[in-house]
Design a protein around this ligand. Structure first.
Ligand code: GDP
Ligand code: ZN
Length: 313
């Protein structure tokens, strides 16, 4: 009975079964269709989330429902603490993950490695954005240190305050790309978004201000930048855990992974085994001890997650 035509939109946020979806005509609120609810009952990851592309139907009584979800190109997933499900999808269809880290206080490299493992896992391209460059004198040497911990990822230096280095960050949004921000509170994410937008975006952003109809205010979680490109900055992405699978970890540590493949024993724990290529690299200094320790720590975490996954099968 609803309108025959489906309208395309992108989910801005989801709150208690109600979604805010951005369409060509502005944001609308939509609930799930029976079909979507049935899919969620079978697989909770089918729940629409920020960044999802959806098909909407308008009903004669003015209700709007999400009828279908487009396949996700990438997904940032939080491993569940309870281990009872596959983990909640926090953001979908993200092209670039900007790991935002302030240069002051001094960056925590282990934390950057954790974010990198998570980012590689999602399928999106990780980039480390070192911000607050105006607060330090040796930003480039810190960037070099960080780069050794981020093989395969670009490391950019910028300042939201002075605007230096922002062009390279803005270029990540070329071709209308979607960029998600990861980083601890206080890292400088909001300031970076404001600087990229060129205007001060308030916490509650009116995204329909055409003077007609009602104003719809949404918390700024999916932000269309005036110059093109989309930024996703959701509270859920702050303080996120490590994924269950070790694939992201292997991608974040290609140096250690390559060494581990050369060990004499395939089940080498890289501690005291004879013929261990990892221990040999530690001894000759080609693998920094800090990096090895960081990898061990994240591996233990991932293994713990995997065990919990086994237990519930
Ligand atoms: P968020 O929690 O990651 O969103 O961090 P905010 O953007 O709120 O920034 C945290 C604090 O760092 C605020 O006091 C900002 O004014 C400050 N800040 C952010 N970016 C810069 C920068 O590039 N330079 C300087 N000097 N301060 C910054
Ligand atoms: Zn080994």
């Amino acid at each position: 009975p609803g309108s025959a035509e489906l309208v395309r939109g992108r989910v801005v946020r989801v709150d208690k079964g109600l979604s805010t979806v951005l369409t060509e005509d502005g944001p609308v609120r939509a609930t799930w269709s029976g079909g979507v609810l049935a899919a969620i009952a079978v697989e909770p990851q089918a729940t629409p989330c920020t960044g999802d592309w959806v098909a909407l139907r308008h009903w004669p009584d003015d209700r709007i429902t999400v009828e279908a979800l487009a396949p996700r190109r990438t997904a940032i997933v939080r491993a569940e603490a309870s281990g009872t499900s596959r983990g909640q999808v926090l953001a979908a269809n993200v092209d670039v993950i900007a790991i935002v880290v302030g240069l002051e206080p001094e960056p925590n490299i282990g934390r950057i490695e954790r974010f990198l493992a998570l980012a590689w896992e999602s399928g999106a391209r990780p980039v480390v954005v070192l911000t607050k460059a105006d607060l330090v004198i040796d930003a480039d040497s810190v960037a070099e240190d960080v780069a050794t911990a981020a093989p395969g990822a670009d490391v950019l230096v910028c300042s939201a305050t002075t605007g230096e280095g922002l062009e390279a960050v803005r270029a990540l949004l070329d071709d209308n790309a979607t960029m998600a921000l990861l980083g601890v509170s206080g890292a400088g994410k909001s300031s970076l978004v404001n600087a990229l937008a060129g205007v001060e975006l308030l916490d509650v952003q009116a995204i329909r201000e055409d003077g007609k109809g009602r104003h719809t205010s949404v918390r700024r979680e999916l932000i269309l930048l005036p110059g093109g490109g989309v930024v996703i900055d959701t509270p859920g992405l702050r303080g996120i855990g490590l994924q269950e699978s070790g694939e992201g970890l292997a991608a974040a540590f290609p140096d250690v992974t390559a060494l581990a493949e050369q060990c004499r024993f395939t089940d080498c724990a890289h501690v005291t085994e004879p013929g261990c290529a990892v221990q040999a690299a530690l001894e000759d200094g080609s693998l920094p001890v800090r990096r090895y320790e960081s990898w061990k720590k994240l591996q233990r975490e991932a293994a713990f997650m995997a065990r919990r996954t086994d237990l519930r099968l």
